[in-house]
Design a protein around this ligand. Sequence first.
Ligand code: ZN
Ligand code: ZN
Length: 648
Amino acid sequence: MIQIKFPDNSKRNFEKGTTVYEVAKSISEGLARNVLSAKYNDKVVEVSTPLDEDGEIQLFTWKNSEGKTAFWHSSAHVLAQAILILYPNAKLTIGPAIENGFYYDVDFGDHSISEKELVDLEKKFLELSKQKFVFKMRNATKNEALDFYKKEKNPYKVELIENLQDGNITFCDHSDFTDLCRGGHIPNTSFIKAVKLLNVAGAYWRGDEKNKQLTRIYGISFPKQKELTEYLELLEEAKKRDHRKIGKELELFTFSQKVGQGLPLWLPKGAALRERLEKFLKEAQKKAGYEQVISPHIGNKDLYITSGHYEKYGEDSFQPINTPAEGETFLLKPMNCPHHCEIYKTRPWSYKELPKRYAEFGTVYRYEQSGELHGLTRVRGFTQDDAHIFCTPDQLDQEFKNVIDLVLYVFNSLGFYDFKAQVSIRDPKNPKKYIGDTENWDKAEKSIIKATKEKNIEFEIEEGEAAFYGPKLDFMVNDALGRKWQLGTIQVDYNLPERFDLTYKGSDNELHRPVMIHRAPFGSLERFVAILLEHTAGNLPIWLAPKQVKLLSVSEKHEKYAKKVLNYLENNEIRAFLDNRNETIGKKIRDAEIEKVPFMLIIGEKEAEMGNISVRKHRKGDIGMMEIKNFVNLIKKEISKSISKFEN
Ligand SMILES: [Zn+2]
Ligand SMILES: [Zn+2]
């Protein structure tokens, strides 16, 4: 007999050789029908695996991310099988499960795959999956594995196997198809009831531009047709909300190949939007005791050697800049922290003067491969809403709470209400990996957890996810489509104070190391604006909207009165614009709706005569005729409702 422990800590005895499936069945028929994958003693096992020793079991269904991974990993095998049936000369390379679905990188020779061919592949896929092929794992020696793929004339798999250790090579068979694989499958192919091959992209073998370009086919599959339909609807909605599309409609930003890829150009309305975001955060930060500093866009190479960033960003990033002077080398700034450390070092500090909180909207540059660039979310130059706090270990508790308050204020003011925190702490099994003394780490981890609890934030603890230099807290935000984004990071750092030899004089008159906190509630302005546009579909909170009011004149005759109204609104600090084009009022309303302007004021014969305006609200319609000063009161109330003051 063997003893199996369940996640609720209960234990039961089973006969040796009982399979995972039978264990699930002993709990309930329903679970047995739905179990997709499992872990035994923390190792991925197949549902058909017989269990031969005592252990802890975890069973996964479609509801768990592990279940989905097994589902999509298995789907990649079926896709590969379909590909080889329709394209016998294709060479398979790798095909992993990803966050949403799976892909397979394939060498199709000179052939490029069309939309129609994707549909044929989907048909073949479903024809195969219906046949209930069982996935079976099998060990192979290195020579057997090499022989197999040499016969298949597949140099990619041969290269992969050559890098593997003999004795650790496994194949997965289903039907008459075999793939190199580490395991973790659903029981059989018939679980896959719906599949969609989403798109085709180019990908270099092993991600290296010098290698051959392969065809990457992205797909997603589901246990029910209905789930696929819902997913495709969500994708459609996401397309409508694509920040690149909305950014164009609202005239916020653009890119120019001539300026360089991954380098956004902010148009006047976008620049004004950024300025409002900066002002909003600066005001709150001022109340929270931050001081603004400014540092240059480049720094001496030695600075980044001291900070360790040269090692991290040097070779794989923008290359150093040399000057006509000999031996003088600069780097584009990849991080603001080293500069702020040098600012801290301008004079000695006493514990009584700490914390020092230096804030900067600092623009940094990091090289990204051109294939990785995406709108404002992946760029090569971006501005962080950065700040570094230098404090004593005893102040960490309070500082952490203060930073959380600030982050929550930002989320609230910008309409993100659905979020979770992730606390990354040390791996208890690997204490040598971390720098800084154990006592301080204990204290910092406790501070973070305590602060998160006190603020009533739902959180998860991730053991082993901390950086080597300190624990951290990340906020994961769900947007209106339920997509997860990481926003707002608070990171404790024991490393840079050490590397820069930062000190303060304690109450004992001795020199001590301050603790450093890096924090950025937005992350970067570029990425934040992108997420905000997709979350709100461009309907920004009115305090932030590029245009708050659009005046629509019915005809030329009313232009004079319209300009008077415009003037009045501008004097009341309302962002108003006049549409006096020679277009019908219907067309002007439609255009203002596309621009998501919160209020439209219609100015025609009647309005001009009475000295009034007719008000239309975006997505609501007419709300009636009123005096201009009443409208100013109304909109001011709406604006102040949409943003609260930061209380410290
Ligand atoms: Zn597999
Ligand atoms: Zn930093």
